[in-house]
Design a protein around this ligand. Structure first.
Ligand code: ADP
Ligand code: MG
Length: 263
């Protein structure tokens, strides 16, 4: 286990979703999501466009408030503080603290364009965690090395390929020493020949024991690296199981229809 992974209390799952509902206005997007992501697990979330995958990740990451049910990250309720049998909404400051522990990687890399790769990686540790610049730079270089980009430390995002930018984005998320990493279609915007280098970095992270929720259409990755797979459609979990099981022997027609399009 590397220094990237914080020792964790393994008594509870990393994420637990109990009947989670989310609506935008009158449109119900999540219609009661029940699932559990164990610590150290690579949890693949698949399903057609519009099924609510990104919304669910955004709820886990405090970017959206759930309208019903309960969502726990590392044993703590998302968005609220429990006191006796009462719930208090978290203040922005408290939410910001919790969000530090969750890394998120998006389809679009969202690097700061005016900063070099290394500056992108050290920005949050220095600005948010108040780490010393020297320490953050040293660790930042280690992280860039880890994603195979040490020699690009001084390059700006525009000088990097999509795959390289995405690897910097992963290093940037890791710089905050997250206990959970969320990946929202991290390879969907990449040219096909660049997908592998990003998946390789994710595979390495999985081998080190990082807990990861991965929204992806890369079924090869799900099959080889995933510990669990959930198929979502229309805001509900249609089926779940071990990736090999679900991918080889889907039980529901909707799953079969989806898989026939992406496999
Ligand atoms: P997926 O990631 O599976 O493609 P999303 O979670 O992005 O699905 O979206 C699920 C549904 O929620 C879609 O119908 C989308 O249009 C709707 N939706 C997502 N975000 C918003 C928003 N901020 N306001 C209104 N509707 C939204
Ligand atoms: Mg999405």
């Amino acid at each position: 286990m590397s220094d990237l992974i914080k020792p964790q209390d393994t008594a509870h799952p990393m994420v637990r979703s109990e009947a989670v509902h989310k609506s935008y206005g009158l449109v119900e997007v999540l219609k009661g999501i029940d699932l559990e992501v164990k610590q150290g697990e690579v949890f693949c979330l698949v399903g057609p466009s519009g099924s609510g995958k990104s919304t669910f990740l955004r709820c886990i990451n405090h970017l959206e408030k759930v309208n019903g049910g309960r969502l726990y990250v590392d044993g703590e309720l998302v968005g609220y503080r429990e006191k006796g049998d009462r719930l208090y909404e978290l203040k922005d400051r408290e939410v910001a603290l919790k969000r530090r522990d969750i890394g998120m990687v998006f389809q679009r890399f969202n690097l700061f364009p005016h900063m070099t790769a290394l500056e992108n990686v050290v920005e949050a540790p220095v600005q948010v965690k108040k780490e010393s610049k020297a320490d953050a730079r040293e660790r930042g270089m280690q992280l860039l090395e880890r994603v195979g980009l040490a020699e690009k430390a001084k390059s700006y995002p525009a000088q990097l390929s999509g795959g390289q930018q995405q690897r910097v984005a992963i290093a940037r998320a890791l710089a905050m020493k997250p206990k959970l990493m969320l990946f929202d279609e991290p390879t969907s915007a990449l040219d096909p020949e660049l997908v592998g280098e990003v998946l390789d970095v994710m595979r390495g992270l999985a081998e080190e024991g990082m807990t990861m929720i991965v929204v992806t259409h890369e079924m090869g990755f799900a099959r080889e690296v995933g510990d669990a797979l959930v198929f979502m459609d229309g805001g509900v979990v249609v089926e779940s199981g071990h990736p090999r099981e679900v991918l080889t022997n889907p039980q529901h027609e909707r799953t079969r229809a989806f898989l026939s399009k992406v496999l």
